[in-house]
Design a binder for this molecule. Structure first.
Ligand code: GCO
Ligand code: MG
Length: 387
């Protein structure tokens, strides 16, 4: 296991077979990396020793069902780290890139979108225009000057979660005003995604989305919290704007009501949080059955390994929609090699056996783990709100 912090904390898994072939995986869970590492050491490692690494499905079921107590963020992230490493080993021993093991390519390149980060809305609007003009982005992702929108993820020693003030009224106003401004700058052709980050009540989300409708969002992400499917349904019933949902889901079973109820247009689980490639394929197939596309979670706090896994899934799925392309920091590139390359609105990946990434353990050691928390939001009366 490799716990490292090149700008952001990551937890990587390296699985070595007795013949010397190894696979790598990503088990990062922002803010809780140590707990996942502990589960891997104390629970998964003893089960792994002596097993046939090509029996991936059986291992997955052994952890998920065999433990009796199913799932959760810690277990699924740990399971993902190993699951990715097992698929990587399978690719290496068969000499095939992961996408071939998943059924082969149905497309050559992957449409992607990038976050527009900046300190002020003015700065972000200018950046959005330059991303489109200079980098050729076809789709951009926005958030107004709200918490979590300005690069507050991870990094830095903290004794506890940083508190960020938040008032829904202000953010509603900001969101609508900012979206319209960016639409005017980038023109009609460019797709604009807006992430509401599970933060609003159904009525507030509907208010925002209705106001954005004439400005044609590509999709609205996570309009409400994931806990109440009736809230998602009420948003869905009141707008024709496409909806993307699910980065907090931890299994196909949690995704099911949103998919079978056709409450979303894009399912956007985080591959780490659902236990890896094995579960992601199943969710993609389920989604295909209901005309739902995929938009796998891929922000700045996942590593090139996960970005590469997303890419392999994207090129081999019929119902791919779009891929979030969180920028990978240069320090991270010192630790992990490989991963997709951006060109003119799309992501490409060189053919290599397995996932196609490697970890430089000496470089990882130069960046030791630093305690970091995800920030929390409190509204003006002091009460905690969704972040
Ligand atoms: C996104 C997400 C992220 C999460 C982050 C938490 O759409 O990319 O909402 O930015 O907030 O992954 O660690
Ligand atoms: Mg999001």
């Amino acid at each position: 296991m490799i716990l490292t912090s090149p700008n952001q904390n990551y937890l990587f898994v390296k699985l070595i077979t007795d013949s010397g072939v190894y696979g790598v995986g990503d088990a990062s869970l922002n803010g809780q990396e140590h707990t996942v590492a502990d589960f891997i050491t104390s629970f998964l490692t003893p089960i792994l020793i002596g097993r046939d690494p090509t029996q991936i499905e059986d291992f997955w079921q052994l952890v998920y069902r065999g433990a009796y107590w199913r799932g959760g963020n810690i277990v699924m992230s740990a399971l993902c780290g190993v699951d990715m490493a097992l698929w990587d080993i399978l690719g290496k021993v068969t000499g095939q890139p992961l996408y071939r093991l998943l059924g082969g390519k149905v497309r050559d390149k992957v449409l992607c979108y990038s976050h527009v980060l900046g300190k002020t809305n003015e700065e972000k609007a200018a950046l959005a225009a330059s991303y489109v003009k200079e980098r050729g982005l076809k789709v951009i992702r926005l958030r107004a000057g709200a918490p979590a929108a300005n690069g507050t993820l991870g990094g830095g020693v903290q004794d506890g979660p940083k508190v960020e003030p938040w008032t829904p009224e202000e953010e509603i106003y900001n969101t609508v005003e900012f979206f319209i401004r960016v639409r005017e700058q980038v023109g009609r052709e460019v797709g604009i995604i807006y992430d509401l980050h599970e933060r609003f009540s159904p009525a507030q989300a509907i208010r925002i989305i209705r106001q954005l409708e004439p400005y044609d969002p590509f999709f609205i992400e996570d309009p409400v919290a994931p806990d109440c499917i009736a809230s998602l349904r009420s948003v869905r019933e009141k707008t024709s704007v496409p909806i993307a949902f699910g980065e907090l889901y931890k299994s196909r079973h949690e995704c099911l009501p949103a998919i079978t109820g056709r409450l979303v247009d894009y399912i956007r689980c985080d591959v780490i949080r659902i236990g890896g490639i094995t579960e992601a394929r199943k969710i993609a197939v389920l989604a295909e059955t209901y005309d739902v596309k995929t938009a796998w979670h891929g922000p700045n706090d996942v590593s090139p390994i996960t970005h590469a896994v997303n890419w392999h899934l994207n090129v081999s799925e019929y119902n791919f929609g779009i891929q979030e392309d969180g920028s990978v920091d240069t320090l991270v590139k010192q630790v992990v090699s490989g991963g997709p390359v951006y060109r003119d609105g799309y992501l490409y990946l060189e053919d290599r056996p397995g996932i196609g990434c490697d970890i430089d353990e000496a470089a990882a050691e130069k960046y030791p783990f630093r305690r970091a928390y995800i920030p929390v939001c409190r509204s003006s009366d002091g009460s905690l709100t969704n972040w």
